[in-house]
Design a binder for this molecule. Structure first.
Ligand code: GTR
Length: 328
């Protein structure tokens, strides 16, 4: 019969042997990373490379699994999924983040940056960090970890546009943020808010007459094949893209892992920029080869036309806009 003493002895032996067992491996985290863009797109590649660095630096404890090409939804839906922790890492335009964190709308205003070099100087510096911090401190449950480049957005339509009057009566798709609908209305057209994934069919069926975006997006989303062959260089929006982590996920990371995420996110910001410049050059050549006409214009009439939008949305950002303008 088992005595109390033998039970205690057995427990002691077990406890002693447990001391020699290897420590249980730290729980592995496979983070879902999402993007509307297809494999090979600069943002997708930079985030994949960031995941590889994290995997190596944490000995496989943290890995990314990339879900490109909108497989997890449009940006509005993916932002919501990131807020609840169903997606852990999201690369999105800052445009649809505006309705969730209104403070970021300062970067979403038409012609707020003089040019791409100016935008880069701002996002790389203290103002860029302040806005990332504002996202993290907001109740949105998102942590801003890096900026990415989305170049400059210009108008594409089925008929040539050279001045605001040419947009009269034209329905132009804009990203989901009332600020952009107001921008297009001020530019002379009728802004229609719609998800990126719906633009191709909407162009084909005549629900819209045009949209606006950068050359890599115009090419990879095939919008030029749906009739949008005239690409007017309005350069009206220079909106940075952003990499956010779900706060739910962030809070589970140790301070050391959080520091690694920040370090590699900053490296991804710089790597994506190199890939981006090449993509803009390559896709512009490809678009021209496909018969897309790049229409060079003086965009001052569009700048002037959007002054009321800057006045309306910029009223709450007066000091910040001055600081942005002062960045060389
Ligand atoms: C692209 C951007 C995407 C998405 C898309 C759109 O330039 O990279 O994040 O916002 O535009 O127009 O919806």
């Amino acid at each position: 019969m088992t005595t109390r003493r033998t039970l205690i002895a057995a427990a002691t032996v077990l406890a002693a042997s447990a001391a020699f067992l290897p420590a249980p491996a730290a729980a592995q985290m496979v983070m879902k990373a999402a993007d509307v863009h297809p494999p090979g797109y600069p943002t997708v590649v930079a985030v994949e490379n960031m995941g590889k660095k994290l995997d190596a630096a944490t000995n496989g404890k943290i890995k990314f699994q990339m879900f490109p090409g909108s497989v997890l939804g449009g940006e509005k839906e993916m932002i919501e999924q990131t807020q609840v922790g169903a997606i852990q890492i999201l690369r999105t335009s800052l445009g649809p983040v505006g309705p969730v964190v209104p403070e970021v709308n300062v970067f979403n205003m038409p012609f707020v940056f003089r040019n791409i070099a100016h935008m880069r100087a701002v996002i790389d510096g203290p103002i860029g960090q302040e806005l990332l911090d504002k996202i993290s401190a907001s109740p949105a449950k998102l942590v801003g970890i890096a900026w990415m480049d989305g170049g400059s957005r210009s108008l594409y339509t089925k008929t040539p546009v050279r001045k605001p009057e040419d947009l009269k009566g034209q329905k132009i798709r804009m990203m989901g943020n009332p600020l952009f609908v107001d921008t297009m209305n001020a530019m002379g057209g009728n802004g229609i808010s719609m998800g990126y994934g719906e633009v191709f069919t909407a162009l084909q069926t005549g629900v819209i007459d045009g949209a606006e975006n950068n050359p890599p997006s115009l090419y990879t989303a095939n919008h030029f094949k749906a009739g949008a062959k005239y690409y007017t260089q309005t350069n009206h929006l220079i909106i940075p893209e952003i990499l956010v982590m779900s706060k739910v996920t962030w809070d589970k990371l140790s301070p050391a892992d959080q520091a690694l995420v920040k370090k590699f996110a900053r490296e991804a910001q710089m790597e994506q920029r190199q890939l981006w410049d090449k993509a803009v050059a390559d896709y512009s050549v490809k678009l021209k080869a496909e018969g897309v006409e790049f229409i060079e214009i003086d965009n001052k009439p569009f700048y002037d036309a959007t002054a009321p939008v800057r006045a309306k949305y910029g009223a709450q950002f007066t000091d910040l806009m001055k600081r942005i303008a002062d960045v060389k």
